[in-house]
Design a protein around this ligand. Structure first.
Ligand code: SF4
Length: 351
């Protein structure tokens, strides 16, 4: 049987563009959803032909704003997946959503067709900050959606952004305390980064300096009631995002849709893949092992020292830098100090 692959399905439409957003997405309230879902199904059938009928452990609808999708389009895509692949019985099916695009009725419909995990872009618990970020929702709408999802027993994640121009360590502590009140079992905390071709990129904002940013990052696990399991992710043990964990562990996945990207495993060869079959090129085992180290070291557990990983790690360097990296139960992980300089460290420890 073919190797199992996780699926990432990209939905590139949003109500409008947020001020910080450099993702591949377009502001389009009324896209041609029929064309979109037909194209996604065509890509799915392409992979079924190329790889055979494989097992799917997780499906992640990411964006953009997947919650804008009409139910019939979601149903068509899920139907196509079920017709062409084996969907694991406990398959994690995540839908990314934005408040203001998903009422209780529509959420119920998504759930009835298979969604069992909802990720909500809450971003801030202050209306002025949401306006500054260019978000189209307010705090009340975010909390309404969150409560609807919790009432439906969904597994829920909420995304938040810290490091806004007015933020300091105290405001991040306050944010963590307010998040704790929400009863979430999974939270993603992203540092605001200013990208060139965004409205923020043209504004000359007075951002917190690097030291303050590092202090904010360090203080989060002290105040957030959920343990950190990846650089930006916090969860009750057992509630981690399986989709991302599989990818960080180095499992195979396919990116569907124009903004999707994947790593496909076929006849013992790894391939780099981009949606719409724009790119499908073999990559060496060494490159794949490097990628595993890059993503694995971002997790608190670390990267598993499998033979391919071991073959490219400079263990002399590791032994001389125990303040930055450690080995535990066949996993190589970054210490708290190592996490602060992860990019440099990764370059140094690969032979
Ligand atoms: S909702 Fe997300 S993808 Fe869409 S514009 Fe805002 S940040 Fe970008």
């Amino acid at each position: 049987m073919s190797v199992s692959h996780n699926l990432y399905i990209h939905v590139p439409f949003c109500m409008s563009k947020c001020n910080y957003c450099a993702f591949f997405s377009t502001a389009c309230v009324n896209p041609d959803w029929k064309k979109y879902s037909d194209n996604i199904c065509q890509e799915l059938r392409f992979w079924a032909t190329k790889l055979g009928k494989f097992q799917i452990p997780t499906i992640f609808f990411g964006g953009g704003t997947p919650s804008l999708m009409p139910i019939w389009a979601f149903e068509q895509i899920m139907g196509c997946i079920k017709d062409n692949f084996y969907v694991s019985q406990n398959c994690e099916i995540t839908l990314e959503s934005n408040p203001g695009t998903l009422d209780k009725e529509k959420l119920k419909n998504f759930v009835s067709i298979g969604v069992n995990r909802l990720s909500i872009g809450i971003q801030s618990l202050q209306d002025e900050e949401l306006t500054f970020l260019g978000r189209k929702h307010n705090v009340k709408q975010a909390l309404d959606l969150l409560n609807n999802a919790i009432d439906m027993n969904l597994r829920v994640n909420a995304d938040f952004i810290y490091g806004l121009p007015n933020h300091n360590v105290k405001s991040v502590i306050e944010l963590c305390k307010n998040i704790n009140e929400l009863g979430l079992s999974h939270v993603s905390m992203y540092e605001l980064t200013i990208e060139k071709n965004t409205p923020f990129g043209k504004m000359n904002l007075n951002m917190p300096n690097n030291d303050t940013m590092a202090q904010m990052y360090t203080i989060i696990p002290e105040y957030l009631s959920l343990p950190r399991y990846e650089v930006s992710n916090y969860a009750t043990p057992g509630e981690e995002c399986k989709h991302n964990q599989n990818i960080w562990n180095g499992d195979a996945y396919i990116g569907i849709g124009r903004g999707g990207a994947g790593r496909v495993f076929l006849n013992n060869v790894w391939y780099e893949q981009r949606g719409n079959n724009e790119l499908f090129e073999p990559i060496s085992n060494e490159t794949r092992a490097t990628e595993k180290i890059l993503t694995g070291l971002r997790t608190m557990r670390g990267v598993k020292l499998t033979d391919d990983v071991k073959s490219i790690v400079d263990f002399d360097w590791v032994n001389m830098h125990k303040d930055l990296v450690e080995i535990n139960n066949e996993y190589l992980y970054a210490t708290a100090d190592g996490l602060l300089i992860l990019d440099d460290l990764t370059v140094d420890l690969i032979k």
